[in-house]
Write a protein that binds this ligand. Structure first.
Ligand SMILES: Nc1ncnc2c1ncn2[C@@H]1O[C@H](COP(=O)(O)OP(=O)(O)OP(=O)(O)O)[C@@H](O)[C@H]1O
Length: 272
C-alpha cells in the first residue's frame, strides 16, 4: 500500500533528492530503490519500525554511507552528490545518537558548541575561534536555556541538557535545515517538550526540519509531511493528516493499534 505524495507544483529548491537509491549494510540492502524529494521549507517526519532503514538513511544524508550506483541513481543533498563534511554541516545540522555518545565526559559545555564550527568532536589546539565566534556560541547557549553549563563537564549533564548542547553545536553554523534522529528518546516529558519547543521555534524562524523516528508522539504539529519507511522502501508518503492513519500505522508496525490525534499531536494505543 502506497499513498502517493501529491505535491503542488513547487519551485522551492530540493534539499534532499534521492533517486533509485540502494544502500547495502553488509551484503543486504537496508534501503532499496528509494526515490524521495524533500524541498526546502517542507518539514517532514520519516517514520518507520525497527530495522526499517532510518539510521541508514541518516548515514546516507550525512555522507557516512553511499548508494550502489545503478540506473540513474543519485543521492543529492542541496543539489550535490558529494560533500566535504564541514561544508555540509554548515547547510544541514545533523543530530544523531552516535554524536551524543562520541563526546568525552570531561568536554566543557562551551567547547561542545564551539566544536560545531569545525564539525569536530571537542575542540583542538590547532583550531582558532574569533571573539565573535565565542560570543555567538555563548548567545546560542543562552537562547537554548543552557547558559549556565559553559564550564560543566558533558558527562555530568542530564540527557536533556546534553541534547540541547548538541542542538547548539548544530546551530552555531546557522544551517538551512536540521536532520534530527529520535530527538526526545530518553527525555522525560518536561525535557521532551522543552526540546521540541526549541525545535518548533526554529521551524517558525524558517529552518527546515526533517525528523527521523519511530516515536510518533514526538512529531510536532508544524511537521506537515510524513514519509513511512518499511523494510528499506517507502510505504506511504504524503500530507501528515492523510498518512498518519490507524490503517497505515497498524500496517507499518504490523500490530493492531489505534492512532489518536489531539491539537496536532499524535499518539498510538493498542487496539486489542
Ligand atoms: N552494520 C550493519 N551490518 C549489517 N547489517 C546492518 C548494519 N546496520 C544495520 N543493518 C541492517 O540494515 C537494516 C536497516 O537497519 P537500520 O539501522 O538502518 O534501521 P532503523 O530503522 O534505524 O532501525 P532502529 O529503529 O532499530 O534503529 C536492518 O535489517 C539491519 O539489521
Amino acid at each position: 500500500m502506497v499513498v502517493s505524495h501529491q505535491e503542488h507544483p513547487d519551485t522551492r529548491p530540493a534539499m534532499i533528492d534521492l533517486r533509485n537509491v540502494t544502500v547495502c549494510r553488509g551484503s543486504t540492502p537496508a534501503l532499496e530503490g528509494l526515490t524521495l524529494t524533500i524541498r526546502e521549507g517542507c518539514h517532514t517526519v520519516v517514520l518507520g519500525p525497527n530495522g526499517a532503514g532510518k539510521t541508514t538513511l541518516m548515514k546516507l544524508l550525512s555522507s557516512e554511507l553511499y548508494p550502489v550506483y545503478r540506473n540513474r541513481t543519485h543521492a543529492k543533498v542541496f543539489g550535490r552528490d558529494r560533500w566535504n563534511v564541514r561544508d555540509l554541516r554548515s547547510q544541514l545540522g545533523i543530530l544523531s545518537h552516535d554524536l551524543q555518545q562520541d563526546y568525552l565526559p570531561d568536554t566543557r559545555g562551551i567547547n561542545v558548541i564551539l566544536s560545531g564550527y569545525y564539525a569536530s568532536i571537542d575542540i583542538w589546539k590547532h583550531q582558532e575561534f574569533s571573539e565573535d565566534a565565542r560570543t555567538h556560541a555563548g548567545t546560542i547557549m543562552e537562547y537554548l536555556g543552557v547558559g549556565d553549563l559553559k564550564n560543566r563537564a558533558f558527562g555530568s549533564m542530564s540527557t536533556g541538557q546534553q541534547r540541547r548542547l548538541l542542538l547548539g553545536r548544530a546551530l552555531v553554523n546557522n544551517p538551512r535545515a536540521l536532520l534530527l534522529d529520535e530527538p526526545t528518546a530518553g527525555l522525560d516529558p518536561r525535557a521532551s517538550f522543552q526540546y521540541l519547543s526549541a525545535i518548533r521555534t526554529l521551524m517558525e524562524s524558517g529552518k527546515t526540519v526533517i525528523l527521523v523516528t519511530h516515536h510518533i508522539h514526538e512529531v510536532p504539529p508544524e511537521i506537515n509531511r510524513a514519509v513511512l519507511l518499511k523494510a528499506g522502501q517507502i510505504f506511504a508518503d504524503g500530507p501528515k493528516k492523510e498518512v498518519l492513519t490507524t490503517k497505515n500505522l497498524a500496517a507499518l508496525f504490523d500490530y493492531p493499534l489505534r492512532v489518536i490525534e489531539e491539537n496536532g499531536w499524535y499518539h498510538v494505543i493498542p487496539d486489542r
